[in-house]
Design a protein around this ligand. Structure first.
Ligand SMILES: Nc1ncnc2c1ncn2[C@@H]1O[C@H](COP(=O)(O)OP(=O)(O)OP(=O)(O)O)[C@@H](O)[C@H]1O
Length: 470
């Protein structure tokens, strides 16, 4: 029977001296660490890494062709998830410090006893295994019960995926690692950040910074602050937002829109936990939990080279994605009811009764602006409403406006012709029939709504339907 290799991931040993490589592999195997690959030519390392499965590298520093430091930087940039231990022939403090700065997990001198080296490798393996367990645990938590359901009172939802996110947020709320919240604009990312802050147990405030519109200088100034005289016009010292958020949470919104130089600064802040106010050479420590959010697709941005992979990797530990409203239509009715109450209170009116067709009408819409769009629609309708039952008219108008004049829920945009890609066109009669069928399906069989979707009067639609059934 084959003996399973340990650990489950591969360990790559890199050294140009074959005798040292063999001795090191033997020591590790002697300690039960058997999943090992060796490499003598530093130029082949990245190829082995790209072929996958390697999670730990033991790297010699002094090698011909590609040196250890160069490789360390390359690995850190392209594969920040890989843990690297440096093994050097020289016992130099500067060398060790430089390697740690480049992202090395540990540093050993070749003359160290085998035992110390092996226990360093075991430590790294354990850390990687713990990370893996942590990720698996987070998945399990997605199906658990809430300890503090009241913390989520402001988030109205009947959706099971949203309830799973509640459990996850509760589980990671006290972690010191950053939390990444993704999702389209208006889905409620900031609301979730507020809940995560409340559950974190931090006594300090939640300080929100939208980093989208900040150029690199403004980014540094806003976050790090400055000392008096740091630049022309800096007449007074200014505390940065990091300091404002001390013992609390720093919420950085729209991080997908950050410039590359600002991304480097944020990465350094998260890695080293230190920053320098502009004009000062005295470092300060960050004492705030960091939550970041974006509506951008960070994976696509990485592929396009506009978002740093190593920074994204820092956010990998804890991340949640809030689904768009169009994927949780079951939330429309409770959200509608919630916003009707909120709007009525805001305008000092009695909460109006929604027309019974309203949820069905809303369900035909794709809500590109998500919950924010629904909220605005409801507030607008309530502001002009006079009768006991809310009028559908302002909703029709709002839906028409956001769909750019196209009937809601039908073709993607005004300039898209659904027939353009058809080789053979349907007859006029069958096209009309299909269109009416689709509108009736989307409106749940309600002719008044179907007629609105098609831009006709209800009696006009009724007449056409009758003529079809003859
Ligand atoms: N599930 C919900 N229950 C109640 N209100 C909600 C919900 N989701 C969002 N909202 C409300 O919708 C509005 C938009 O939410 P929020 O600002 O949190 O969205 P966002 O995802 O951070 O948007 P952006 O990406 O544009 O910053 C807010 O008024 C918020 O209170």
């Amino acid at each position: 029977m084959d003996k399973a290799l340990y650990p489950s991931f591969r360990i790559l040993l890199v050294d140009d001296e074959p005798a040292w490589l063999d001795a090191l592999a033997l020591s590790l195997e002697w300690s039960g660490i058997t999943n090992i690959v060796t490499c003598q030519d530093s130029r082949e390392v990245m190829g082995i890494v790209e072929s996958g499965d390697v999670e730990l590298i033991l790297l010699d520093l002094n090698m011909p062709n590609l040196g250890g430091e160069e490789l360390l930087a390359l690995i850190g940039e392209r594969h920040p998830e890989i843990v690297t231990i440096v093994i050097s022939g020289m016992n130099q403090v500067e060398g060790a410090v430089q390697c740690m700065k480049l992202g090395a997990y540990d540093y050993f001198v070749k003359t160290s006893e085998d035992e110390r080296l092996v226990s360093g490798v075991v430590r790294a393996i354990r850390m990687l295994e713990l990370k893996q367990e942590n990720r698996q645990m987070s998945q399990c938590i997605l199906h658990g019960e809430l300890k503090h359901p009241e913390a989520f009172d402001a988030i109205i939802t009947a959706d099971s995926r949203m309830h799973a996110i509640f459990s996850y947020i509760e589980a990671v709320a006290r972690s010191s690692e950053p939390l990444l919240i993704t999702g389209e604009s208006g889905v409620g990312k900031e609301l979730f950040a507020q809940v995560a802050h409340r559950l974190s147990g931090c006594r300090g405030p939640l300080v929100a910074v939208n980093v989208a519109g900040l150029d690199d200088n403004a980014f540094s100034d806003t976050l790090f602050g400055h000392v008096r005289g740091a630049y022309t016009g800096a007449d007074q010292a200014r505390r940065g937002m990091i300091e404002e958020a001390a013992d609390g949470t720093l919420f950085l919104d729209e991080i997908g829109d950050m410039s590359l130089p600002s991304q480097v600064k944020l990465l350094r802040l998260l890695q080293e936990g230190e920053y320098f106010p502009l004009g000062s050479d005295v470092p300060k420590r960050i004492r705030a939990r960091v939550i970041v959010a974006t509506h951008q697709d960070l994976t696509a941005k990485q592929a396009a080279g506009t978002f740093r992979r190593d920074l994204y990797y820092r956010f990998r530990t804890h991340q949640v994605h809030i689904p768009p409203l169009r994927e949780r239509k079951g939330d429309l009715a409770p959200l509608l009811d919630h916003f009707l109450g909120e709007a009525a209170r805001a305008f000092g009116k009695k909460k109006p009764t929604p027309p019974k067709e309203l949820p069905q009408l809303l369900a035909t819409h794709s809500f590109p602006g998500n919950v924010r769009e629904l909220k605005a629609m409801v507030f607008d309708a309530v502001s002009t409403h006079r009768e006991r039952v809310l009028s559908l008219e302002s909703f029709y108008q709002a839906l028409r406006a956001t769909d750019g004049g196209t009937p809601p829920g039908l073709v993607g945009g005004p300039d898209q012709n659904p027939f353009a890609c058809m080789e053979r066109l349907p007859t006029f009669g069958s096209a009309i029939e299909l269109l009416m069928d689709e509108a009736l399906a989307r409106s749940g069989g309600k002719q008044t709504i179907a007629a609105r979707l098609l831009g006709m009067t209800p009696s006009g639609l009724n007449k056409r339907l009758k003529s079809l059934s003859k």
